[in-house]
Design a protein around this ligand. Sequence first.
Ligand code: BGC
Length: 741
Amino acid sequence: MTGLTSPDGELMRHAALLSGADMSHTRTDESGVPALTLSDGPNGLAMNLPDWSGKVPATCFPAPVALAASWDVDLVHRVAAAIGREARVAGADILLGPSINIKRSPLGGRGFEYYSEDPFLAGRIGAGFVAGVQSAGVGACVKHFAVNSQETDRMRVSAELSERALREIYLAAFEHVVTSARPAMVMASYNRVNGTYVTQDRRLLTEILRDEWGFGGAVVSDWGAVDDRLEALRAGLDLEMPGPADASRRRIVAAVENGDLDASVVVDSADRLRRLAVKWGGGAAATANLEEHHLLAVAAAAASIVLLKNDGVLPLSTTGGRVAVIGELARTPQIQGGGSANASATRIDSPLAALRATLDRTVDFAPGYSSDPDQVQALADEAVRIARDAEVTIVFLGPDEGSESEGYDRDTLELPAEQVGLLTRIAATGTRTVAVLDNGGIVLTSPWSRDVGALVEAWLPGQGGGTAIAQVLTGAVNPSGRLTETIPLRLADTPAFASFPGHGGRVFHGEGIFVGYRGYDHAGREVAFPFGHGLSYTSFAYEDIAVVADDKGLGDVLVELTVRNVGNLAGADVWQVYLRPDGGDDDRPVRTLAAFGKVELEPGATARVRTTIGARSFARWDERRDGWVVDPGTYAIEVGASSRDIRVEVRIDRTSTGPALVLTRRSTLREWLTDLSFGPALIDAAQDADPSGGTSGFLCNPVILTMIGDLPIERLFDDPSTALSPELLAQAVREAQRQGH
Ligand code: BGC
């Protein structure tokens, strides 16, 4: 065989489909399968112009961090459908989003692009996004599967973690998106998991993704993530990107020809790509109304803003005394993060212009800070002078430009020191101070937030952010965003602090499942603002919670409650349902999010809201039993306004479910004795073998159990001083296996 001219033209035809044609297209073949155009991005179409001189103009919606903070799956669906329409108009068939990785550490450079530290929330928001994109006739590619929670060494690093953390935290959101929203594609990430490149991990790409979850689409590599093409193909990776990757194709063909690779593996992947192309390629013509999309971008940004603190200074009256607006970010806002997700906005509303247009008051502006160290003092002095004369001062703060991007992690959670210094000086003038944060990943707010009357987290709000901020500050929109990530008091408090981002090519997930609020709650640590927190200009009460569960304590649980707007303004509330195992051991999180919803209410109005807690929410992954297991016992179903503001609860009992522990010679004495059927059987057998009672008495002695309960039982059955013989053990093991244990 020379080059790509195989005598087996069929094989070549299949192999040709398994890598892209270039950076953003798949290949076609003689059968007329359309070539697909793939484009980023998760907060707006981020399609490169053909000459790579820039990107196709597109509506820049709020960054994913903001979108998720709306806790509004319908809104996310509408935004994603708009992105899908713009993709369709630009000729993209597959949108490379959503990005749903778990925010393990707030230092993660792509934190702005990810939804949450909580897999339940990330999964629900991600599913809404996929459904929205696909409703516009564009396939969605959920990424980056899996455990791609950092940028440092992202193309090689091995995330070393337990199966439990993998299942409960890092795979759970993908599982939900794949099983409920059926994305066209899944993108395999760059990193390794427990030593194996994800692109070559058959267990992840085939056994879990396809066999367990029923994924029927195609798996694409992240760009340049394929290390060994043959291994990747065997693992279930269909499409290598970018193309042309001729060497890979030659290797594939040669491997089949010399018997190293089964031809069916090639055909199966090629067929999956053909089906994908037929389904999503060359979709119907579409139109996109950019004016409407801009208004949607404004609405989405407004719904995402989180009011962290308010002493009553907000909402601002549109009339009254002088207002000072301080901070370059008010005039030149940071609207999105950097990297492949970066879109070319069709326009940008600045907060300063929007405030000037909204307020019927004198608005003075000073940039306040600059990246030029020579200007810092003069700019700060000017800002303080303006603030001193103002009734209210709104200070815009945010990390240095360029500090949040794909490709590198953040090196601090602190705001630039000159900004904090400026804020402190402004607050000291006695002006009422409102701080507005313009950032992707969370920033530390302590101790300076005590100096401000109100603190507004506006995130990277997209092109409509300026208008949205003005709407929220003036009360035209009542804030309703909630934190999807805890704001700690110190970086050192973050659960992954000790091991992020690892070294020597490995990152050990020492905190296991205790990521985000699970970690802070487990350690009983104070935080600045908890997961789920967010204020409103009105207040809500939760009443009449009712729960319907089956008597057996096995199935889904229906929860109903009444949300009442007890304040004087219309507003939207995000009600949150958490599960708390009663008397749980140290091995389980204090509480986990199990359902949520958002409801708009006029003053005094009520709504009866309903949700279902899936049976799986009660389960944890059991390493020994290799499956999802529900511990029997009582669980509190809690409803709250945040993870640390639980208002009502109902308790229900659950029955044990999940695979039984397989008892073997390596199982411990304790595991045998605590098994409901084998414990007593073992004691009886010992009694039969030694009627004096010495051996059974030994086994039943609580001190012995304390001392050697963790001993693999085969070691005990080798002891000539008791009647515990190898024969007796063999018989017990046979019986356990016969009964399916
Ligand atoms: C990013 C992906 C992106 C791809 C294509 C990669 O570097 O990790 O998120 O979709 O490039 O632009």
